[in-house]
Design a protein around this ligand. Structure first.
Ligand code: CA
Length: 375
Protein backbone atom coordinates (compact mmCIF):
# COMPACT_ATOMS: atom_id res chain seq x y z
CA UNK A 1 0.00 0.00 0.00
CA UNK A 2 1.09 3.57 -0.59
CA UNK A 3 -0.10 6.80 1.06
CA UNK A 4 -0.92 9.35 -1.65
CA UNK A 5 -2.73 12.14 0.22
CA UNK A 6 -3.11 13.48 3.76
CA UNK A 7 -5.93 15.98 4.39
CA UNK A 8 -6.52 18.04 7.53
CA UNK A 9 -9.86 19.68 8.26
CA UNK A 10 -12.40 20.60 10.92
CA UNK A 11 -15.86 19.06 10.95
CA UNK A 12 -18.14 21.76 12.29
CA UNK A 13 -20.88 21.11 14.83
CA UNK A 14 -24.23 22.84 14.91
CA UNK A 15 -25.20 25.71 12.64
CA UNK A 16 -23.15 25.68 9.41
CA UNK A 17 -24.50 29.05 8.26
CA UNK A 18 -22.05 30.76 10.66
CA UNK A 19 -18.73 32.03 9.22
CA UNK A 20 -16.00 29.38 8.93
CA UNK A 21 -13.98 31.01 11.76
CA UNK A 22 -16.85 30.10 14.12
CA UNK A 23 -15.76 26.47 13.66
CA UNK A 24 -12.64 26.95 15.81
CA UNK A 25 -13.50 25.44 19.17
CA UNK A 26 -16.82 24.04 17.91
CA UNK A 27 -15.60 21.32 15.64
CA UNK A 28 -13.84 17.98 15.45
CA UNK A 29 -10.19 18.12 14.27
CA UNK A 30 -9.87 15.43 11.60
CA UNK A 31 -7.09 13.95 9.51
CA UNK A 32 -7.88 11.81 6.45
CA UNK A 33 -5.12 9.57 5.10
CA UNK A 34 -5.62 8.22 1.56
CA UNK A 35 -3.96 5.09 0.18
CA UNK A 36 -4.88 2.77 -2.70
CA UNK A 37 -8.37 4.30 -2.99
CA UNK A 38 -9.13 3.85 0.74
CA UNK A 39 -9.44 6.60 3.37
CA UNK A 40 -8.58 6.33 7.06
CA UNK A 41 -9.91 8.92 9.52
CA UNK A 42 -8.29 10.12 12.72
CA UNK A 43 -8.96 12.82 15.27
CA UNK A 44 -6.67 15.15 17.24
CA UNK A 45 -7.11 16.49 20.77
CA UNK A 46 -9.80 19.20 20.65
CA UNK A 47 -7.98 21.87 22.66
CA UNK A 48 -8.37 25.22 20.89
CA UNK A 49 -10.20 23.33 18.17
CA UNK A 50 -7.23 21.02 17.53
CA UNK A 51 -6.10 23.49 14.88
CA UNK A 52 -2.47 23.55 16.02
CA UNK A 53 -2.15 19.75 15.79
CA UNK A 54 -3.73 19.75 12.32
CA UNK A 55 -1.30 22.46 11.17
CA UNK A 56 1.66 20.38 12.39
CA UNK A 57 0.31 17.39 10.45
CA UNK A 58 -0.22 19.43 7.29
CA UNK A 59 3.07 21.29 7.36
CA UNK A 60 5.53 19.04 9.17
CA UNK A 61 4.26 15.46 9.01
CA UNK A 62 2.25 14.90 5.82
CA UNK A 63 5.18 15.40 3.39
CA UNK A 64 7.13 12.63 5.15
CA UNK A 65 4.16 10.24 5.01
CA UNK A 66 3.42 10.54 1.30
CA UNK A 67 4.69 7.43 -0.48
CA UNK A 68 4.92 5.45 2.78
CA UNK A 69 3.18 2.14 3.44
CA UNK A 70 0.35 2.46 6.00
CA UNK A 71 1.28 -0.99 7.28
CA UNK A 72 4.63 0.49 8.43
CA UNK A 73 2.79 3.12 10.38
CA UNK A 74 4.39 2.75 13.82
CA UNK A 75 7.90 3.17 12.40
CA UNK A 76 6.87 6.20 10.32
CA UNK A 77 5.10 7.89 13.24
CA UNK A 78 7.80 7.24 15.84
CA UNK A 79 10.38 8.67 13.43
CA UNK A 80 8.25 11.83 13.06
CA UNK A 81 7.60 12.17 16.79
CA UNK A 82 11.31 12.06 17.55
CA UNK A 83 12.11 14.44 14.71
CA UNK A 84 9.62 17.01 16.04
CA UNK A 85 10.12 16.40 19.76
CA UNK A 86 11.51 19.88 20.41
CA UNK A 87 8.16 21.35 19.38
CA UNK A 88 7.09 19.89 22.73
CA UNK A 89 6.29 16.24 23.28
CA UNK A 90 3.24 17.11 25.42
CA UNK A 91 0.18 18.38 23.60
CA UNK A 92 0.26 19.64 20.05
CA UNK A 93 2.69 17.12 18.58
CA UNK A 94 1.25 14.14 20.47
CA UNK A 95 -2.26 15.22 19.40
CA UNK A 96 -1.04 15.19 15.79
CA UNK A 97 0.60 11.81 16.30
CA UNK A 98 -2.57 10.39 17.89
CA UNK A 99 -4.75 11.58 15.00
CA UNK A 100 -2.46 9.98 12.41
CA UNK A 101 -2.19 6.76 14.39
CA UNK A 102 -5.98 6.41 14.55
CA UNK A 103 -6.29 7.20 10.82
CA UNK A 104 -3.66 4.62 9.92
CA UNK A 105 -5.34 1.94 12.03
CA UNK A 106 -8.64 2.80 10.31
CA UNK A 107 -6.92 2.49 6.94
CA UNK A 108 -5.25 -0.77 7.90
CA UNK A 109 -8.59 -2.21 9.01
CA UNK A 110 -10.24 -1.14 5.77
CA UNK A 111 -7.43 -2.65 3.69
CA UNK A 112 -7.67 -5.96 5.56
CA UNK A 113 -11.49 -5.72 5.84
CA UNK A 114 -11.37 -6.22 9.61
CA UNK A 115 -12.48 -4.08 12.56
CA UNK A 116 -9.59 -2.60 14.56
CA UNK A 117 -10.39 -4.73 17.61
CA UNK A 118 -9.80 -7.91 15.56
CA UNK A 119 -6.38 -6.61 14.49
CA UNK A 120 -5.55 -5.87 18.14
CA UNK A 121 -6.18 -9.44 19.22
CA UNK A 122 -9.95 -9.67 19.54
CA UNK A 123 -12.74 -8.37 21.75
CA UNK A 124 -13.52 -9.60 25.25
CA UNK A 125 -16.82 -7.75 24.90
CA UNK A 126 -18.60 -5.80 22.18
CA UNK A 127 -21.06 -3.99 24.45
CA UNK A 128 -19.24 -1.55 26.72
CA UNK A 129 -21.05 -0.09 29.74
CA UNK A 130 -20.72 3.70 29.80
CA UNK A 131 -20.94 6.48 32.37
CA UNK A 132 -22.47 9.87 31.72
CA UNK A 133 -19.73 12.44 32.30
CA UNK A 134 -21.48 15.62 33.44
CA UNK A 135 -19.46 18.83 33.47
CA UNK A 136 -19.88 22.40 34.65
CA UNK A 137 -20.94 21.68 38.23
CA UNK A 138 -18.75 24.31 39.92
CA UNK A 139 -20.98 26.99 38.44
CA UNK A 140 -24.30 25.37 39.50
CA UNK A 141 -25.97 25.45 42.89
CA UNK A 142 -26.99 22.19 44.59
CA UNK A 143 -30.40 22.23 42.98
CA UNK A 144 -28.92 22.92 39.54
CA UNK A 145 -26.53 19.98 39.89
CA UNK A 146 -29.35 17.63 40.90
CA UNK A 147 -31.59 18.75 38.02
CA UNK A 148 -28.76 18.33 35.50
CA UNK A 149 -27.93 14.83 36.74
CA UNK A 150 -31.60 13.88 36.72
CA UNK A 151 -31.96 14.98 33.08
CA UNK A 152 -28.92 12.98 31.94
CA UNK A 153 -30.09 9.88 33.83
CA UNK A 154 -33.41 10.05 32.05
CA UNK A 155 -32.05 10.88 28.58
CA UNK A 156 -29.15 8.39 28.46
CA UNK A 157 -29.80 5.72 31.11
CA UNK A 158 -26.10 5.35 31.86
CA UNK A 159 -24.53 2.55 33.92
CA UNK A 160 -22.82 5.15 36.13
CA UNK A 161 -22.40 8.92 36.50
CA UNK A 162 -19.40 11.17 36.95
CA UNK A 163 -19.90 14.73 38.12
CA UNK A 164 -17.17 17.10 36.93
CA UNK A 165 -16.37 20.42 38.51
CA UNK A 166 -14.73 22.30 35.58
CA UNK A 167 -13.97 25.27 37.84
CA UNK A 168 -11.76 28.23 37.00
CA UNK A 169 -8.33 26.80 36.20
CA UNK A 170 -6.43 29.41 38.22
CA UNK A 171 -8.39 28.84 41.48
CA UNK A 172 -8.18 26.06 44.05
CA UNK A 173 -10.15 25.20 47.22
CA UNK A 174 -12.90 27.68 46.31
CA UNK A 175 -15.93 26.00 47.99
CA UNK A 176 -15.04 22.73 49.70
CA UNK A 177 -18.21 22.56 51.82
CA UNK A 178 -20.38 23.39 48.83
CA UNK A 179 -18.69 20.71 46.71
CA UNK A 180 -19.35 18.07 49.37
CA UNK A 181 -22.98 19.25 49.63
CA UNK A 182 -23.40 18.74 45.85
CA UNK A 183 -21.88 15.25 46.02
CA UNK A 184 -24.23 14.40 48.89
CA UNK A 185 -27.28 15.67 46.98
CA UNK A 186 -26.39 13.57 43.93
CA UNK A 187 -25.97 10.48 46.11
CA UNK A 188 -29.42 11.15 47.60
CA UNK A 189 -30.91 11.47 44.11
CA UNK A 190 -29.53 8.22 42.69
CA UNK A 191 -29.83 6.03 45.81
CA UNK A 192 -27.18 4.11 47.74
CA UNK A 193 -26.09 1.63 45.08
CA UNK A 194 -25.78 3.58 41.83
CA UNK A 195 -22.10 3.97 40.82
CA UNK A 196 -20.90 7.58 41.14
CA UNK A 197 -17.58 9.26 40.45
CA UNK A 198 -16.30 12.74 41.28
CA UNK A 199 -13.94 14.71 39.03
CA UNK A 200 -12.25 17.64 40.79
CA UNK A 201 -10.60 18.84 37.56
CA UNK A 202 -7.43 19.64 39.57
CA UNK A 203 -9.10 22.20 41.78
CA UNK A 204 -7.84 21.21 45.29
CA UNK A 205 -4.77 21.45 47.47
CA UNK A 206 -3.63 18.17 49.06
CA UNK A 207 -5.34 18.99 52.36
CA UNK A 208 -8.65 19.88 50.72
CA UNK A 209 -8.46 16.80 48.51
CA UNK A 210 -8.09 14.57 51.57
CA UNK A 211 -11.10 16.24 53.18
CA UNK A 212 -13.28 15.91 50.08
CA UNK A 213 -12.00 12.37 49.46
CA UNK A 214 -13.02 11.27 52.96
CA UNK A 215 -16.54 12.62 52.33
CA UNK A 216 -16.69 10.76 49.00
CA UNK A 217 -15.65 7.54 50.75
CA UNK A 218 -18.54 7.94 53.16
CA UNK A 219 -20.91 8.61 50.27
CA UNK A 220 -19.76 5.46 48.47
CA UNK A 221 -18.27 7.14 45.37
CA UNK A 222 -16.19 4.68 43.34
CA UNK A 223 -13.43 7.04 42.17
CA UNK A 224 -12.02 10.53 42.78
CA UNK A 225 -10.51 12.00 39.64
CA UNK A 226 -7.64 14.51 39.39
CA UNK A 227 -7.96 15.94 42.92
CA UNK A 228 -4.87 18.17 42.57
CA UNK A 229 -3.00 19.86 39.71
CA UNK A 230 -1.97 17.26 37.14
CA UNK A 231 1.59 18.62 37.10
CA UNK A 232 2.01 18.00 40.83
CA UNK A 233 2.65 14.33 40.25
CA UNK A 234 3.98 13.56 43.76
CA UNK A 235 1.03 15.37 45.35
CA UNK A 236 -1.37 13.33 43.20
CA UNK A 237 0.36 10.19 44.40
CA UNK A 238 0.22 11.36 48.03
CA UNK A 239 -3.54 11.90 47.84
CA UNK A 240 -3.96 8.50 46.18
CA UNK A 241 -1.93 6.78 48.90
CA UNK A 242 -3.63 8.50 51.83
CA UNK A 243 -7.22 7.88 50.74
CA UNK A 244 -9.13 4.60 50.54
CA UNK A 245 -11.20 5.75 47.54
CA UNK A 246 -9.54 5.05 44.18
CA UNK A 247 -7.81 8.22 42.96
CA UNK A 248 -7.41 8.56 39.19
CA UNK A 249 -5.40 10.81 36.87
CA UNK A 250 -3.73 10.75 33.48
CA UNK A 251 -5.98 12.57 31.02
CA UNK A 252 -3.26 15.23 30.87
CA UNK A 253 -0.47 12.73 30.33
CA UNK A 254 0.79 12.79 26.76
CA UNK A 255 3.48 10.11 26.81
CA UNK A 256 3.87 6.60 28.11
CA UNK A 257 6.70 7.91 30.29
CA UNK A 258 4.46 10.41 32.06
CA UNK A 259 1.90 7.68 32.74
CA UNK A 260 4.75 5.62 34.24
CA UNK A 261 5.62 8.59 36.49
CA UNK A 262 2.01 8.77 37.73
CA UNK A 263 2.05 5.06 38.54
CA UNK A 264 5.38 5.50 40.34
CA UNK A 265 3.83 8.28 42.43
CA UNK A 266 1.15 5.92 43.74
CA UNK A 267 -1.83 6.53 41.41
CA UNK A 268 -3.59 3.22 40.81
CA UNK A 269 -6.13 4.14 38.12
CA UNK A 270 -4.90 5.94 34.99
CA UNK A 271 -6.91 7.69 32.31
CA UNK A 272 -4.92 8.31 29.12
CA UNK A 273 -6.87 9.80 26.21
CA UNK A 274 -6.67 8.25 22.75
CA UNK A 275 -6.72 11.62 20.94
CA UNK A 276 -3.99 13.06 23.18
CA UNK A 277 -1.44 10.30 23.58
CA UNK A 278 -0.45 7.90 20.88
CA UNK A 279 -3.83 6.99 19.41
CA UNK A 280 -4.69 3.28 19.31
CA UNK A 281 -1.02 2.24 19.54
CA UNK A 282 -0.34 4.54 22.50
CA UNK A 283 -3.41 3.37 24.39
CA UNK A 284 -2.50 -0.30 23.86
CA UNK A 285 1.00 0.42 25.20
CA UNK A 286 -0.59 2.15 28.19
CA UNK A 287 -2.88 -0.82 28.79
CA UNK A 288 0.18 -3.09 28.88
CA UNK A 289 1.97 -0.74 31.29
CA UNK A 290 -1.07 -0.74 33.60
CA UNK A 291 -1.38 -4.51 33.40
CA UNK A 292 2.29 -4.89 34.33
CA UNK A 293 1.76 -2.76 37.45
CA UNK A 294 -1.69 -3.94 38.54
CA UNK A 295 -3.13 -0.50 37.80
CA UNK A 296 -6.65 0.14 36.49
CA UNK A 297 -6.72 1.33 32.87
CA UNK A 298 -9.77 3.54 32.34
CA UNK A 299 -9.28 5.91 29.37
CA UNK A 300 -10.53 9.47 29.32
CA UNK A 301 -12.67 10.15 26.24
CA UNK A 302 -14.71 13.22 25.38
CA UNK A 303 -14.96 13.18 21.60
CA UNK A 304 -18.22 12.34 19.90
CA UNK A 305 -17.50 10.01 16.99
CA UNK A 306 -13.97 9.17 15.83
CA UNK A 307 -12.34 9.38 19.28
CA UNK A 308 -15.20 7.48 20.87
CA UNK A 309 -15.17 4.68 18.28
CA UNK A 310 -11.37 4.33 18.48
CA UNK A 311 -11.55 4.21 22.28
CA UNK A 312 -14.28 1.53 22.21
CA UNK A 313 -12.16 -0.68 19.95
CA UNK A 314 -9.28 -0.51 22.44
CA UNK A 315 -11.52 -1.02 25.48
CA UNK A 316 -13.10 -4.10 23.94
CA UNK A 317 -9.67 -5.77 23.84
CA UNK A 318 -8.74 -5.11 27.49
CA UNK A 319 -9.17 -8.17 29.71
CA UNK A 320 -9.70 -6.35 33.02
CA UNK A 321 -12.19 -3.55 32.33
CA UNK A 322 -12.95 -2.36 35.84
CA UNK A 323 -14.90 0.84 35.17
CA UNK A 324 -17.35 1.97 32.47
CA UNK A 325 -16.34 4.02 29.42
CA UNK A 326 -16.74 7.80 29.39
CA UNK A 327 -19.56 9.40 27.41
CA UNK A 328 -19.15 13.15 27.74
CA UNK A 329 -21.59 16.02 27.45
CA UNK A 330 -22.54 16.79 23.86
CA UNK A 331 -21.70 13.28 22.59
CA UNK A 332 -24.27 13.64 19.79
CA UNK A 333 -22.81 16.84 18.30
CA UNK A 334 -21.27 15.21 15.26
CA UNK A 335 -23.53 12.18 15.06
CA UNK A 336 -25.11 13.55 11.87
CA UNK A 337 -21.75 13.34 10.05
CA UNK A 338 -21.29 9.68 10.96
CA UNK A 339 -24.29 7.53 10.13
CA UNK A 340 -23.56 4.99 12.87
CA UNK A 341 -21.65 6.92 15.59
CA UNK A 342 -21.80 4.89 18.84
CA UNK A 343 -24.69 6.00 21.04
CA UNK A 344 -26.24 4.95 24.37
CA UNK A 345 -28.04 1.62 24.21
CA UNK A 346 -29.35 0.18 27.46
CA UNK A 347 -26.46 1.50 29.59
CA UNK A 348 -23.87 0.40 27.01
CA UNK A 349 -22.25 1.47 23.75
CA UNK A 350 -21.79 -1.10 21.02
CA UNK A 351 -18.31 -1.44 19.50
CA UNK A 352 -18.59 -0.87 15.72
CA UNK A 353 -17.98 -4.08 13.75
CA UNK A 354 -17.28 -2.73 10.24
CA UNK A 355 -13.75 -2.56 8.79
CA UNK A 356 -11.30 -0.19 10.55
CA UNK A 357 -13.07 2.09 13.00
CA UNK A 358 -16.36 0.88 11.50
CA UNK A 359 -17.71 4.42 11.14
CA UNK A 360 -19.84 5.18 8.08
CA UNK A 361 -19.51 8.78 6.87
CA UNK A 362 -22.48 10.76 5.50
CA UNK A 363 -20.47 12.28 2.65
CA UNK A 364 -23.00 15.04 1.85
CA UNK A 365 -23.09 16.12 5.49
CA UNK A 366 -19.31 15.96 5.75
CA UNK A 367 -18.95 18.21 2.68
CA UNK A 368 -21.27 20.79 4.29
CA UNK A 369 -19.47 20.75 7.64
CA UNK A 370 -15.88 20.59 6.49
CA UNK A 371 -13.41 23.52 6.91
CA UNK A 372 -9.88 22.95 5.60
CA UNK A 373 -6.89 23.56 7.88
CA UNK A 374 -3.53 23.90 6.16
CA UNK A 375 -0.02 24.36 7.50
CA1 CA B 1 -11.44 14.57 34.01
Amino acid sequence: MKIDKVETFLVRWGDVSQPAEAAFGAATAVVAVHADGLVGLGEASPMQGGVASLAVIARDMAPALIGGDPLDHAVMLDRLLHKLIKLGPDGIVTGAYAALDIALWDLKGKALRQPIHKLLGGAWRTRIPFYASIGGNAARDVDGVVKTVEARLEAEQPSAIKIRWDGTRSEIDRDIKGDIAKARAVRRLVGDHFPLAFDANNRYSVGAAIRVGRALEELGFIWFEEPVEYYHVKAMGEVAQRLDITVSAGEQSYTLQSVAALIDSGVRMVQPDIVKMGGVTGLMQCAALCHAHGVEFVPHQTQPAIGNAANLHVLSTVMHATKPAELADGWSRSADTFVNAPRPDGGCMVVPDGPGLGLVVDEAMLARRRVAVTG
